[in-house]
Design a protein around this ligand. Structure first.
Ligand code: ZN
Length: 548
């Protein structure tokens, strides 16, 4: 290389490094938004009804990925929030479900349940939570370490797991919605001894109670062409109202639907989370100094509505139009309070959801239901007839995994791998079971096809079971109304992914990207270390290094 070129290149890369690593160039605030159960195609389906300042603004002025997917199963809320923020999958972060069977204690455990903690802000047990089952760090943890704990992390959601897992181990606070009688935002002794004043003020105000009003559509119903008819046989609705149709008098319905819990199922759950997030920015002075802060917000009402009304319902349609307006108001607030070019935001989801199988069937698309309890009984009968005696070899079926009783196997001289083979053959003859993977297959070989890879990345060697089965597409273990999720199919894996703000290019990404790519991308933007078990890749095409 000629010396002049070498000097030029060195100068160029030095300038680039100065631009990237100097603290004064970093965003003052990272906003991480997860929309619970948001399918990718909601953005295209509802596009014409969106405002200019919410989702559309992020899509048009940010970097919008059209082909972003979850890369593991099961696609549930706990694992989803963990994957977004740890940059890796259950195989490494250990969050293998919302609940799972704990082989050591012989009990089902909740992903963020922690009996050693106390509730802060109320008398119930709803605050006995912590991230102690999350094995790896989140990007916010790395930011805390990097900034000598000057950069704050505040995490907020309706759901406890939607707040706790994103914040990681070192969050200053995670807050979630208590619902019930008080409708307060609460926390755990893991984070604090008492709620700060701004949270007390919020809880003592009437903001939450005022949302017990009539829920009608935001726009005239006849403009909602992109969803099914309001009255149909595929929705649960609320107790005390015969039909799941607009309008919903929430004050009246609250009596039979858990008091203020009912707000979780309505757009007003998102309203109160958005309002609480604004107050967090103000109350915690987020984004006001050179140490980058993290504000992590998960909107959960979209998931409650999807489960209740299904992904094709007018209710879900309306909820996204209203969430769009929440986003518009939130972005405006960020621009005023933190500064137009001072923050970076990303928006994604923790999983998608399937069309109500009964609806698909009514349109001749193959779909259906699976009875897991019956499977357990059938397997036990099969085992007993095969061995010619009564054996209890299956401790639990949890998250489509069979957990063997290893003591029973030893006591009866049955090899674990022999039972794996026997039950693989049985399961493959079982109606609606599509694929079967054994512990031995996953431990001793690399899965190469799509479903196999997703199963492998969702398999934690210590925490997972002995056999994992996958159902045929659009077959779910769920009641006959409403939508659910959890599979490796595209309706569950494909989600929106948008980066927006400081250090982000404008553009549209067509290449396939994974949910685990978000954390390393934000880490790279900030020049901080990746989360410690990260397996994702930096999405370089979204980053505008020259600007920074
Ligand atoms: Zn859900």
């Amino acid at each position: 290389m000629r010396p002049t070129i070498f000097i030029l290149l060195t100068l160029f890369s030095l300038n680039q490094l100065n631009a990237q690593f100097s603290k004064k160039k970093e965003p003052k605030l990272i906003i991480g938004i997860v929309v619970d159960q948001m399918r990718y195609d909601y953005l295209s389906r509802f596009y014409d009804d969106l405002s200019d300042k919410g989702f559309k603004k992020l899509m048009q002025e940010g970097f919008f990925h059209k082909n972003a997917h979850f890369n593991y199963v099961p696609t549930y809320t706990g694992p989803g929030h963990a994957a977004v923020h740890t940059g890796t999958t259950p195989a490494n972060n250990g969050i293998i479900g919302n609940d799972w069977f704990n082989k050591t204690s012989g009990e089902s455990v909740y992903c963020v349940g922690d009996p050693s903690q106390e509730t802060i802000g109320t008398n119930s047990k709803k605050g006995k939570m912590s991230p102690h089952r999350l094995l790896s760090t989140t990007m916010a943890d790395q930011n805390r370490l990097h900034t000598q704990f000057r950069g704050k992390t505040i995490s907020i959601s309706i759901k406890d797991r939607g707040a706790i897992l994103p914040g990681g181990h070192s969050a200053n606070a995670a807050y979630w919605y208590e619902g019930g009688k008080n409708g307060d935002f609460i926390s755990s002794s893991y984070y604090m001894e008492e709620l700060p004043e701004w949270v007390d003020d919020f809880n003592q105000s009437d903001i939450v109670e005022e949302h017990l009003k009539v829920w009608n559509t935001l726009l005239p119903m006849n403009e909602y062409d992109e969803s099914g008819s309001d009255e149909n046989e595929f929705e649960f609705g609320f107790k005390g109202k015969e039909k799941a149709t607009f309008p919903y008098d929430l004050k009246e319905l609250a009596k039979n639907n858990g008091g203020l819990d009912i707000l979780k199922y309505t757009p007003y759950g998102n309203d109160i989370v958005a309002e609480f997030a604004k107050r967090a920015i103000n109350g915690e002075d987020l984004g006001q100094d050179d140490a980058t802060d993290f504000l992590l917000v998960s909107f959960s009402s979209t998931d409650y509505a999807g489960h209740n009304f299904g992904v094709n319902s007018k209710e879900v349609h309306d909820m996204y139009l209203r969430l769009d307006r929440n986003l518009a108001s939130f972005i405006k607030y960020l621009e005023e309070k933190v500064g137009k070019d001072e923050f970076t935001l990303f928006l994604t989801a923790d999983h998608g959801a399937v069309h109500v199988p009964n609806y698909l069937r009514s349109k001749k698309i193959r779909a259906g239901y699976f009875d897991t309890d019956k499977l357990k009984v059938d397997i036990e009968e099969y085992i007993n007839s095969y061995f010619g005696k009564d054996l209890e070899l299956i401790r639990r079926i949890s998250n489509q995994q069979l957990f063997f009783d290893h003591q029973e196997l030893r006591a009866n001289n049955i090899k674990n791998s022999d039972l794996q083979t026997l039950l693989t053959d049985y399961l493959l003859s079982y109606p609606k079971v599509n694929r079967v993977f054994t512990r031995d297959m996953i431990m001793h070989g690399n899965q190469t096809d799509r479903v196999g890879k997703l199963v492998q990345r969702g398999f934690h060697q210590k925490r997972s079971g002995d056999i994992i089965y996958a159902l045929e597409p659009a077959i779910i273990s769920y009641p006959p109304k409403g939508s659910t999720h959890g599979s490796s199919m595209n309706y569950d894996t494909q989600i929106p992914l948008i980066f927006y703000g400081k250090g982000i290019k404008r553009g549209i990404g067509l290449n396939k990207r994974h949910i685990t790519d978000i954390a390393p991308t934000i880490s790279d933007l900030l020049g901080i270390a990746f989360p410690n078990a990260n397996t994702g890749n930096v999405i370089t095409e979204a980053l505008d290094k020259g600007q920074r």
